[in-house]
Design a protein around this ligand. Sequence first.
Ligand code: PRP
Length: 186
Amino acid sequence: MIDSLQTRARTGGASLKRIVYTPEQIAERVREMGAEITNSYPEGEPILLLGLLKGSFIFMSDLAREIARPAQVDFLVASSYGSGTTTSGDVKLLYDPSAELKDRHVILVEDIVDSGTTINRLMPMLERRQPKSLELCALLHKHVAPNLVKEPRWVGFDAPKEFLIGYGLDHSEDFRNLPFIASLDA
Ligand code: PRP
């Protein structure tokens, strides 16, 4: 368990509202999710884990080690501003995965589904690359997106409608290294 002094050393004294998920709760759920994903693919079928940076970097590294199937790992970085689309409707990628998606089992790994904007822009673009299968795995789902193009197949936690930080999630780039997920005082 992380004590308040260790937390203070990581937050610089910023005031947290409450701890929403402890490191132990996260680790247990990530283990379960790894088993759920393992059981969803036949033995010997390779998987490509595609992590959306930056928010998914810690979740991805923990989850990948809980999946008992042959797996490769790649990442993508999508521009988050509204004008970041091309005329074809594609999302502008600041980093495009070098891995080929065609005819592969692909899992997009997200830290959080909030408004759904990110997923709604990315999934159609990835589908057009003709993967054998394409699924979404999200650690947190706020269930506020009015119409998601695809629901995550695996969700870690149905998250409260608060501003969440830690375990990869940031506020102005801070707090990603907190080992728990907390909500921030407004
Ligand atoms: C955050 C988060 C998700 C996205 C979810 O990313 O990591 O990718 O927002 O929100 P949405 O459902 O409303 O689109 P952000 O753009 O803040 O970049 P980051 O991953 O680098 O933190």
